[in-house]
Every structure is written in C-alpha cells, then in structure tokens.
Design a protein around this ligand. Structure first.
Ligand code: FES
Length: 142
C-alpha cells in the first residue's frame, strides 16, 4: 500500500496526458514494486474509472504485480542480440544456480545490445555477463 501522498503525486504527474492509466500504473509498480488492491481503488477513484477497469489493466500486463515479490528479481535479457551472445545458456544456468532463491525473469532488450548478454537487478543494469559474472551476481542478490 502506497502512501496516499506518493500515489497522488504520481497521479498528478500524469493526469493531464491522454491515457494516464498505464503510465500511472508503471510508476506505482516501479516505485513500490507492486500494485495493491488499495492502490487500484485510489487510482480508479482519481481517474473516475471503475475498479474493475483498473484491475483488468493490471491483470492484463504481466509486468504488473498484485503483491510484493518475496524473492530478489534478476531480469535477464532474452532479446535477439543477447540471445546471439549466449543468453539462452545463461538463462538456463541462472535457473539452475538460483534454485528458489532468486526469481529469474525475461526482459526484452535493455538497450545494451552491443555489450550483452545483459541483465537488470532493481535499477542497475549489468552487461557482458558470462557464466562466472552471472554466478557472482546471483550470489550477491540471493
Ligand atoms: Fe539484450 Fe538489447 S538485446 S540488451
């Protein structure tokens, strides 16, 4: 549950644009890590939408979480350039090595294609991953 003032600030930031719902949801997700039931209610109220409408959008996009993720999240780039640099093998390795301690998620291009394979933890991006660097990264966050 986000502080009312923090949520209000996000709503105000986007209220004037066309289609403010998605940018608001993205900001709440980024700042809080998930979009809770109370957030859905407040956003619906602020935008004059029904709760079902807001809930529907939250459920439709897999990037949005309804509850906090209990594990640290490692986002591994699975887009083409990183795949061509061994991303698939790294993803398999990440699943094996992190076994239940880290949530490994795909992400599609982090804008670091020329120095991939790339990953992101929180707001920090990691480039030039090889098996050793990946293992070290997993041990750091697990
Ligand atoms: Fe992985 Fe662009 S394809 S960073």
């Amino acid at each position: 549950l986000m502080l009312a003032s923090a949520l209000e600030e996000i709503v105000v930031r986007h209220a004037a644009r066309e289609g403010p719902l998605l940018p608001i949801l993205h900001d709440v997700q980024r700042e809080q890590g998930y979009i809770g039931e109370a957030d859905v209610r407040r956003i619906a109220q602020a935008l004059n939408l029904s709760r079902a409408e807001v809930s529907g959008v939250v459920s439709f996009y897999h990037d949005f979480r309804r509850a906090p993720e209990p594990l640290p999240v490692l986002k591994l780039c699975r887009a083409e350039a990183c795949q061509a640099r061994g991303g698939e093998a790294l993803a398999r390795r990440a699943e094996e090595r992190s076994s239940g301690r880290v949530k490994v998620e795909p992400v599609y291009c982090l804008g670091l294609c020329s120095v991939g394979p790339s990953a992101m933890v929180g707001d920090t991006v990691h480039a030039r991953l090889d098996p050793d660097a990946l293992d070290a990264l997993i041990e750091t966050i697990a």
